[in-house]
Design a binder for this molecule. Structure first.
Ligand code: Z5A
Length: 210
């Protein structure tokens, strides 16, 4: 992280259809006064958009390691063209997916040994939209969205992706804000509450506070 850094870097993560694009755009609009820039992955640059086309809709077999490095190559270009200059210029940069996606999909989903390259800046905050896998898939069906190459993977792949996200958020609670959806919209998942002994009606607590 450069010492000249003045902006804010926010990322959205989650399984397909969880609402990342919707929320990233809404946040970008709400922060227009801070000259917010919203980017998506893979994509956001000419090179990145071409890699996106190859990775998601190219219709070819792609080796799992090659896939991982293509996602990283698109990201590297996005960082150098948009993310780092934006942060250094004091902008709010909002990214719809970032390296956590590679850790979850290629690491968790495909079982590859992957990593966060040290040169890739860390976000100030990462919103993890925790919608069940089936819920996200249903939304995509309702919206009539054509499944891309990764979305077409079987449901156990997407379950492993969701588990990997869970581990990532557990490992870095300072960076991740885990968001759950209820009738009123998205809200932050409350941390586990430690109840003082004696205030609980459970048998275990009553026995232990006696
Ligand atoms: N991938 C990877 O494997 N490794 C990587 O490193 C990276 C990506 C970066 C492309 O991602 C694929 O690449 C993706 C992961 C993989 N494949 N999968 N799975 P993408 O970001 O382009 O696509 P996506 O994440 O799978 O799906 P998406 O279409 O972008 O979904 P989303 O952004 O999470 O949701 P959305 O577009 O905002 O909303 C989906 C629908 O739900 C839409 O019709 C909305 O109107 C609706 N919606 C949104 N919010 C709500 C609420 N609150 N209530 C009801 N309906 C809602």
């Amino acid at each position: 992280m450069s010492p000249a850094r003045r902006g804010l870097f926010v990322t959205f993560e989650g399984v397909e259809g969880s609402g990342k694009t919707t929320q990233a755009e809404l946040l970008g609009q709400a922060l227009q006064a801070r000259d917010a820039v919203v980017v998506r992955e893979p994509g956001g640059t000419e090179l990145g958009e071409r890699i996106r086309e190859v990775l998601l809709f190219g219709g070819m077999e792609i080796d799992a390691e090659a896939e991982m490095y293509l996602f990283m190559a698109a990201r590297s270009q996005l960082i150098s063209e948009v993310i780092r200059p934006g942060i250094d210029a004091g902008q709010v940069v909002v990214a719809d997916r970032y390296p956590d996606s590679t850790l979850a999909y290629q690491g968790g989903g495909r079982g590859l040994a992957t990593y966060w390259p040290p040169a890739f800046p860390k976000p100030d905050i990462t919103f993890l939209l925790e919608l069940p896998v089936e819920g996200g898939r249903m939304r995509q069906l309702v919206a009539g969205k054509k499944a891309d190459r990764v979305e077409s993977e079987p449901s156990d792949f997407h379950d492993r992706v969701a588990s990997a996200y869970d581990r990532l958020a557990t490992d870095e609670p300072q960076r991740f804000a885990r968001m759950v959806q209820n009738a009123c919209g998205w809200s932050r998942r409350a941390p586990p509450v430690m109840q003082p002994i004696g205030t609980s009606s459970s048998r275990w607590c009553r026995l232990n506070s006696a």
